[in-house]
Design a protein around this ligand. Structure first.
Ligand code: HEM
Length: 466
């Protein structure tokens, strides 16, 4: 097996079955520790949370995040804490109604598109990726730069490739002379394109702020507007100083926007596509779920978000999807000090990967671990994903757990429920559920390796707009 394949969630899960729940690899000067049991995950994310609250960043990540000027890769400390506060209280909070409205409105538009395609094969994968890109783009930039979206998608794709690229010089610094010069150039170009794109948007926001009237209620504010409230010109604090009020530089704003783009786009889209794929693969589960929707809502009106509280089986199917296909399968942490986990010493600066994928499919914890059985979550003591059940960690746990969980779940649940309530779904002619390929693709997230194609048929007895 190639080294790159061994170091992904599947390869590491296989190695863990052979050699046990903790693996130590040394690549040049770097120690890599991989952990694949719930108990060890608890030790790292709960008992010794502070020691493991940093993230590792390779050369590409450091460069592309403006030297960790963002939140996802900032080291644990006062700066990270302030950035996280802004995200949780301002950007991703329920109180910021605009983010949630973007989700609803873009899903409505997706349902309208589907209505026009009923009876024809639809590329569900592309549809949901476009959906979540539209949601995050709109939440971040509002009505600014509407027509720049295609250019921005290209920038994101290049960032994504560079984030995952393997650079030998990182492990063996003496190989730097040998390392690919073209790679450095690509990094530089990628950041230049991002600068060119976002600088214009930031300038437009600065103008907007200047010309703002006193009675402006800020109701159409986007995320960049929110961040502008903390903008300090170029003299903000980029590092871990402990100023109590945070000032942000342009680099901070750019890097934070990229966190939202990466954290909130592929994760949500891949989860929706996997949910739809598992349901097409397991038609009896699709029937059960649609029966619940028909019983609770009826077929005379569309799904409404308040229905979510009355759809227990649907919610279990969402959890089961996240168990089998956690969008971020390896949690990446770094040891800030020497420590001991389950009797094994872990040197300071080790990169620690918690294999959430392997833990979610651990046969000593889950019965029939590889099967899609939403009913398992109906049991009274079934685990939840809020971070205190370490056998099920799709959003991580502890200090570095996902701050966008509520917003992400909202998008995932609303999109899937709308697709399943308004439409029946079949595979295209000549394809059977047994033909569906369930392999994933490893990058920053783990979407399906091939896009799901399925045929929607309008299911409701009322017109679309009810
Ligand atoms: C189904 C959707 C999502 C899943 C499964 C997911 C999962 C995760 C996971 C596993 C982590 C790392 C936790 C750890 O290391 O312990 C994380 C971190 C993060 N997520 Fe999410 N996420 C989702 C949606 C979102 C959304 C919608 C946003 C933003 C709008 C977001 C923003 C972030 C950020 C900024 C971090 C880094 C936090 C830090 O380092 O302090 N995520 N997410």
């Amino acid at each position: 097996m190639k080294l790159q394949n061994q170091l992904n969630h599947r390869g590491l899960a296989e190695l863990a079955k052979k050699y046990g729940g903790i693996l130590h690899l040394q690549m040049g000067k770097i120690h890599i520790v991989s952990v694949s049991t719930a108990e060890m995950a608890r030790e790292i994310l709960q008992a010794q949370d502070v020691v493991f609250a940093n993230r590792p960043a390779n050369v590409a990540i450091s460069y592309l995040t403006y030297n960790r000027a963002d939140m996802a890769f900032a080291n644990y400390g006062p700066f990270w804490r302030q950035m996280r506060k802004i995200c949780v209280m301002k950007l991703f909070s329920r109180k910021r109604a605009e983010s949630w409205a973007s989700v609803r409105e873009e899903i409505d538009s997706m349902v309208r598109t589907l209505t026009k395609q009923t009876g024809f094969p639809v590329n569900v994968g592309e549809l949901v990726f476009a959906l979540t890109r539209n949601i995050t783009y709109r939440a971040a930039f509002g009505s600014f730069a509407r027509d720049g979206q295609e250019e921005f998608v290209k920038i994101l794709q290049e960032f994504s490739k560079l984030f995952g690229a393997f650079d030998i010089a990182e492990f063996l610094p003496w190989m730097r002379w040998f390392s690919n010069r073209g790679f450095d150039k690509r990094l530089e170009n990628a950041r230049k394109s991002l600068d060119g794109f976002i600088d214009k948007i930031i300038d437009a926001h600065i103008e907007k702020k200047k010309s703002r009237k006193h009675d402006d209620d800020g109701l159409d504010d986007d995320m960049v507007d929110e961040l502008m409230a903390f903008y300090s010109g170029e003299s903000g604090n980029k590092s871990n100083d402990s100023q109590s009020s945070l000032r942000l530089t342009r680099d901070n704003i750019k890097a934070l926007v990229m966190d939202v783009m990466f954290g909130g786009t592929e994760t949500v889209a891949s989860a929706i596509e996997w949910a739809m794929t598992e349901l097409m693969k397991n038609p009896h589960e699709l029937v059960k779920l649609q029966q619940e929707l028909a019983q609770v809502i009826g077929l005379n009106r569309r799904f409404h978000e308040t229905d979510l509280d009355n759809l227990p089986y649907f919610k279990c199917a969402i959890k089961e999807t996240l168990r089998l296909h956690p969008p971020i399968p390896l949690l990446l942490h770094e040891a800030a000090a020497d420590s001991v986990v389950s009797g094994y010493s872990i040197p300071r600066d080790s990169r620690v990967m918690i294999n959430v994928y392997a833990i979610g499919r651990d046969g000593s914890v889950w019965t029939e671990p590889d099967k899609f059985k939403p009913g398992r979550f109906m049991e009274s003591k079934a685990p939840d994903f809020k971070g205190s059940d370490f056998e099920f960690l799709p959003f991580g746990s502890g200090r570095r757990s996902c701050p966008g969980m509520q917003l992400g779940l909202y998008g995932m649940e609303l999109a899937a429920a709308n697709m399943l309530h308004s439409f029946d779904w079949e595979l295209p002619e000549g394809v059977s559920s047994g033909d569906l390929d369930m392999t994933d693709m490893f990058g920053l997230t783990t979407p399906r390796a091939t896009r799901l194609i399925a045929v929607p048929r309008y299911r409701l007895k009322c017109p679309m707009d009810i």
